[in-house]
Design a binder for this molecule. Structure first.
Ligand code: NCD
Length: 311
């Protein structure tokens, strides 16, 4: 049993040691029964979670809310900049200070990198980054790792292909950095040349034991991988829509290309067209399991941070 979780805030997966990841995964597996059987435990009774979603979200926001409610806590917050006083000109700092006065922890999603870090520096309650622009999405990574551990058996020795928008996709940035904490991992980075993994992430990978290879097609690697991690082309982060239209639909995974392969398909969702719906009813589909795993993993995160940092 891993005994401690050192972090007060979850801002970047780069702040994690392997033990911190393992702590959350173990805690999540203990909470999974409550999540699956739709029960409520009173671990966070009387606590309030502040949700500050400046950028749209379905799964992340709803699963944080579900996780808080399964622990008998409550949620307050807003779901877009337009529905908060930021639209009247209030600064993010003032909004955050106000939320600090009302809540036991804050969950922040913003289109700009660094906003969660900025808020964590000015409030005393734990801050959780739920996605900052093309930066990081550390809680998605924890549920991705939880899914890999459950479905593949181990994260050490993993062979994984990350496919799609590796430039703007924050989930693949955090996931590859997290895989650097494990042993004997091989990552295939599959993207059009325009959407390659940013240099700063590759520099981080170079400091770890992870072996990685950049490729442009999946045909040659499909027999060599345990996990195909598919991502959406991040339309909203392209300056020029024509650049998006040129690349849109670059990789589409379908049932035929998976048949006979020993691989699972994951996707942080939302999916546009990058996984054909004919994969949905096959044993390859683990993306809906992955989405469901958000609840026990976020329960583990909330329980740990709020209990470790009482107001
Ligand atoms: C992702 C995100 O918001 O970064 N979705 C999620 O949180 N599950 C992926 C995406 O938007 O493509």
């Amino acid at each position: 049993m891993v005994k401690i979780f050192r972090l007060k805030n979850i801002i970047s997966i780069k702040d994690f040691e392997r033990e911190d990841v393992e702590y959350i995964l173990e805690e999540a597996s203990k909470l999974e029964d409550i999540a699956k059987s739709r029960e409520i435990s009173d671990e966070l009774k009387g606590k309030i979670l502040g949700l500050m979603f400046f950028e749209p979200s379905t799964r992340t926001r709803i699963s944080f809310e579900t996780a808080m409610k399964r622990l008998d806590g409550q949620c307050i917050g807003f779901t877009s900049s337009g529905s908060s006083s930021v639209s009247k000109g209030e600064s993010i700092a003032d909004t955050a200070k106000m939320f600090e006065g009302y809540s036991d922890a804050l969950v922040i999603r913003h289109e700009l990198e660094g906003v969660s870090k900025f808020i964590s520096d000015i409030v005393n309650v734990p801050v959780i980054n739920a996605g900052d622009g093309a930066g990081q999405h550390p809680t998605q990574t924890l549920l991705d790792l939880y899914t890999i551990k459950n479905e593949v058996g181990s994260i050490d020795n993993l062979r994984i292909a990350l496919i799609g928008d590796l430039k703007f996709g924050r989930t693949v940035h955090s996931l590859s950095q997290a895989l650097g904490l494990f042993e004997n991992v091989k990552i295939y980075l599959v993207s059009p040349p325009e959407l390659r993994m940013p240099q700063e992430v590759l520099i981080d990978l170079n400091k770890t034991n992870v072996e990685y290879e950049e490729v442009t097609s999946i045909e040659n690697i499909i027999d060599d991988i345990d996990v195909l991690y598919v991502t959406r082309i991040q339309k909203e982060r392209f300056g020029d829509i024509d650049d998006y239209l040129k690349i849109k639909g670059a990789y589409i995974i379908n049932k035929k290309m998976l048949e006979g392969k020993d691989v699972i398909v994951m996707h942080p969702l939302p999916r546009i067209d990058e996984i054909d719906t004919d994969v949905d009813n096959t044993e390859f589909n683990k993306y809906f399991t992955q989405a469901a795993n958000a609840v026990p993993v976020r329960m583990a995160i909330l329980k740990t941070l709020i209990k470790n940092n009482p107001k």
